[in-house]
Design a binder for this molecule. Structure first.
Ligand code: GAL
Length: 353
């Protein structure tokens, strides 16, 4: 990071006291900081049509279904499922990047059928990438099945030294011998990694603490809604409150999204409460992205309107994105909007006028 040289004000020139001058310099630096560090994405505001398929900047269909986004050095990286168009089986986890969340540059098929013999015929769902500060590694957690049915119910891990490099397969397993289907990964403010997945035939939703390098499960820290039959977890934190957004378990068909809150990941968690309409506006949650800007931090709901629910395949799915509203600190709301205005510089997401 390069900070500009602060020039000394020549004595006896200019206006204002030295204290006011120092204050003005500090304020200027504070405003410039997000631009200088390169860690926050900066872009012009964009309007994104909702409930549509997207194309990348090369004009190709953007396939990042069941995905998640990680912000790295001024870019949002979007990872997701890119399936075979004929049989819906695993083909790639693909990665795209953007500064404005509308113009997506294809970067790499970061996981392929050639990455490991286990992936030659498989089903890989809901890949989520987190970054480990201490190892400098990017760690992908995902749901792995055999490509025929959902009987394996395993989590899997792949790692890379670069965000959009070729990820190396670390294997698939049942965390602490529990079944593990729909999945997400999360890094807490203190750097502790967590993995959340649907266990016991999707009746339970487990919250696991990860090992220090994030590549394995260390401990089951909570099973807050036993028998709740919730899946498709998206976990985020806002002002010290954790939100766990989930769907019901009805396969590809959309259903009522519900959420719970807690002030600590290991509990105590609230009951699940309804959010949005009865079908998540015809979508199933996959991720909630915090967009941190100069004016605000906003939260973007990302859902999949699965093609499979209307006779198609995963690659026929549409993306449903919604601004998350917070009526109070422990309540969230979702409403439909046909277009969104996203300003990553300011950190705002709103229904487009
Ligand atoms: C859903 C799950 C999807 C996919 C689908 C298959 O419940 O969220 O990721 O596994 O079932 O029917």
């Amino acid at each position: 990071m390069h900070l500009p040289h602060t020039r000394r004000r020549p004595a006896g020139r200019g206006t204002g006291s030295p204290r006011r001058w120092r204050l003005a310099t500090l304020l200027g630096l504070a405003l410039l900081l997000p631009f200088l560090t390169g860690h926050s994405a900066q872009a012009e505001p964009v309007t994104v049509p909702n409930g549509t398929q997207f194309t990348d900047t090369a004009g190709n269909p953007l396939h990042a279904h069941g995905g998640g986004i990680l912000e790295v050095d001024g870019y949002y990286y979007w990872f997701g499922e890119n399936r075979h168009d004929d049989n819906n089986g695993f083909r790639y986890v693909s990665a795209y990047r953007s500064t404005d969340l509308k113009n997506w540059e294809f970067r790499n098929h970061v996981l392929t059928q050639q990455s490991d013999p286990e992936l030659a015929r498989a089903n890989i769902e809901r890949p989520k990438v987190i970054y480990n500060e201490s190892t400098g590694q990017f760690v992908m957690w995902m749901h792995k099945e055999n490509g025929q049915d959902y009987s394996e119910a395993r989590a899997a891990v792949a790692v890379s030294d670069t965000v959009d490099g070729d990820y190396s397969w670390q294997g698939s397993f049942r965390p602490l011998d529990h079944m593990s289907r729909d999945i997400t990964a999360f890094v807490d403010t203190d750097g502790t990694g967590y993995m959340v997945s649907a266990a016991r035939e999707n009746y339970d939703l487990h919250i696991y603490r990860l090992t220090d390098d994030y590549t394995d499960v260390a401990e089951l820290v909570a099973n807050p809604w036993p028998g709740g039959h919730r899946e498709a977890p998206a976990l985020f934190q806002r002002d010290g409150v954790y939100f766990m957004l989930t769907s019901g378990a009805t396969g590809w068909d959309p259903n009522q999204q519900r959420y719970a809150t807690a002030t600590s990941l290991d509990g105590e968690w609230s009951e699940m409460r309804d959010v949005g309409d009865a079908t998540g506006f015809d979508s199933q949650t996959t991720f909630v992205l915090p967009i941190q800007g100069t004016e605000a931090t906003s939260y973007l709901y990302m859902g999949d309107r699965w093609g499979n629910a209307s006779g198609g395949l995963v690659n026929d799915s549409e993306y449903v994105w919604l601004p998350v509203e917070f009526p109070d600190s422990r309540t969230m709301a979702l409403s439909w909007t046909p277009h969104l205005t996203i300003d990553t510089t300011a950190g705002t997401v709103a229904p487009a006028p």
